[in-house]
Write a protein that binds this ligand. Structure first.
Ligand code: GLU
Length: 497
């Protein structure tokens, strides 16, 4: 297959489409904090789009802001992506490591006249902005060094390198989500490519890296749409330089700017809406990765009204055409409902392993080594009642409680003298049971209720309280079987009189 750059036609600017070339996408987080759920969704969309088209999904860590980028943030992002099951087709690219290449491109632009040195001092620029403010003009660099000769600057004066952006005409981006978006070129100023200290700016770095990584589709939050209009002139200028020398071109990428996620109240998602970091959903809220993945997929992308979509289905169905233009609202209730679904679907051994550390934190009596097998056996009856891993852990606690059980408030209320004498009868009957199965125990307790002329609940309620210390639990016959005969009889004996 031809590489992306080889397919560029002579007509400029070339446009690649997913129909013609291998797709290469990238997720490019700035590691200044945890993996935000909005970022996770962007990562997911990039990954799915690449997988759908049999292309490549790449990861780039945009760590050029050294003051704000941290190793724990990098680790949290990589970890969060792996947890979501998103893998990448190459080792992550660290933007800071590419600085020399960014500088090289800036110099190529400078040499070809697509960029120029600006010697304006900070004070001068501040005065320019103050004047623009006073005149209620838009604040942007006025191009004062665009056509001046550098020899007019004092010898050795510091300078920045600015891009010579087109002054007239307009630029239209056929955004795959937003549709055509047009901006007048006069609105773009000659922004800085290389700072006074020679370091490259973010705007330059993104374009150079995307080009060098062969990125064909830039799928990102629509807060970057304005940047696309500033980034395109670099592609166009570099493409022109490449054409002149017969080097591979710099085709425009396809852009897809996806709307941001909003909170339930319609405002942009922020801390006050609750957790923002993926790890909080995993650690604090006990959400499964397949839940968050399915939920984030549906948040902004639709396939009819299907809510449940597996990863495999998503790979086969996902395309940019299904991404909505308006912001979607994060609905925690929906996420929890979906989690209940995925918990019910999940493998019991996996759930037991996920619940074990939570259970150990909740119930000191739980010992993972001896308790894991019971936890796994109990999973089918526990998981039908839980919407997250903490609820699962909470629901499993009674299995590992040590005798005599302490009863919770509701169970204590149930434990009347009448109830305790019922327990004594149940104890006598169950001691004589040879078979300890849900069916036989159910038949036995029903027969007993009939003999006594009472409803089954009259027996089952104190039995539940004695066995679990709670007024609610999985089915009582399941509980009896999970605890086994000796433990069950012991717990009943502790409460009987
Ligand atoms: N690093 C940018 C961010 O985290 C994304 C840049 C891009 O996708 O072009 O918002």
């Amino acid at each position: 297959m031809a590489s992306a750059s080889e397919t560029v036609s002579a007509a400029s600017p070339a446009r690649l489409t997913d129909g013609e070339v291998p797709v290469v996408t990238r997720f490019a987080p700035s590691p200044t904090g945890f993996l935000h759920i909005g970022g996770a969704r962007t990562a997911l969309f990039n990954w799915l789009f690449a997988r759908h088209h049999g292309g490549k999904a790449l990861l780039r860590i945009e760590d050029t802001d050294k003051a704000r980028s941290t190793q724990p943030a990098i680790d949290a992002i990589i970890d969060g992506l792996a947890w979501l099951g998103l893998d990448w087709d190459a080792e992550p690219v660290f933007q800071s490591a590419q600085a020399d290449r960014h500088v090289e491109v800036a110099h190529a632009l400078l040499d070809a006249g697509h960029a120029y040195k600006c010697f304006a001092t900070p004070e001068e620029l501040e005065a320019m902005r103050a004047e623009q403010r006073a005149n209620k003009q838009p604040m942007r660099y006025d191009g004062r060094w665009r056509d001046r000769d550098p020899s007019e600057a004092p010898a050795g004066a510091p300078y920045v390198v600015r891009l010579r952006t087109p002054l007239t005409g307009e630029t239209t981006i056929e955004d795959r989500v937003q549709g055509p978006v047009t901006v007048a070129n006069a609105e773009l100023d000659d922004y800085v490519l290389l700072r006074g200290d020679g370091s490259p700016t973010y705007m330059l770095a993104v374009v150079v890296d995307d080009h060098d990584m062969g990125v064909t589709h830039v799928i990102r939050g629509d807060d970057h749409l304005n940047n696309a209009f500033r980034q395109l002139p670099i592609y166009r200028a570099m493409d022109e330089i490449a054409k002149a020398t017969g080097a591979p071109g710099w085709p425009d990428p396809v852009y897809a700017h996806i709307p941001l996620i909003h909170g339930a109240d319609g405002a942009k998602l922020s801390k006050r809406h609750g957790a923002l970091g993926v790890e909080a959903y995993r650690d604090e809220m006990g959400i499964l990765p397949e839940t968050l993945s399915n939920y984030l997929l549906r948040l902004g992308w639709g396939f009819g009204d299907r809510e449940l979509i597996t990863r495999e289905e998503a790979v086969s169905l996902f395309d940019l055409a299904g991404v909505g233009k308006s912001p979607s609202r994060f609905d925690i209730k929906k996420l929890q409902n979906l989690n209940g679904h995925y918990i019910r679907e999940a493998d019991d051994a996996r759930l037991a392993a996920l619940v074990a550390p939570r259970l150990a934190a909740l119930s000191p009596q739980f010992e993972a080594e001896s308790g894991l097998a019971l936890l796994e056996r109990a999973m089918p009856v526990l998981k039908v009642r839980a919407a997250d891993l903490d609820e699962l852990a909470g629901g499993a606690g009674f299995l590992f409680a040590k005798r005599p059980l302490s009863l919770d408030e509701k169970a204590t209320t149930l434990m009347t003298a009448d109830a305790r004498s019922m327990l004594a009868r149940i104890l006598a009957r169950f001691e004589a049971e040879n078979r300890w199965t849900t069916d036989s125990l159910e038949a036995s307790l029903k027969a007993m209720a009939e003999e006594l002329g009472v409803g089954l609940g009259k027996l089952a309620q104190p039995l539940r309280a004695a066995l679990t210390g709670q007024a609610t639990s999985p089915g009582i016959f399941d509980v009896l079987c999970l605890l086994g005969k000796d433990e069950s009889l012991g717990r009943i004996r502790d409460q009987a009189m």
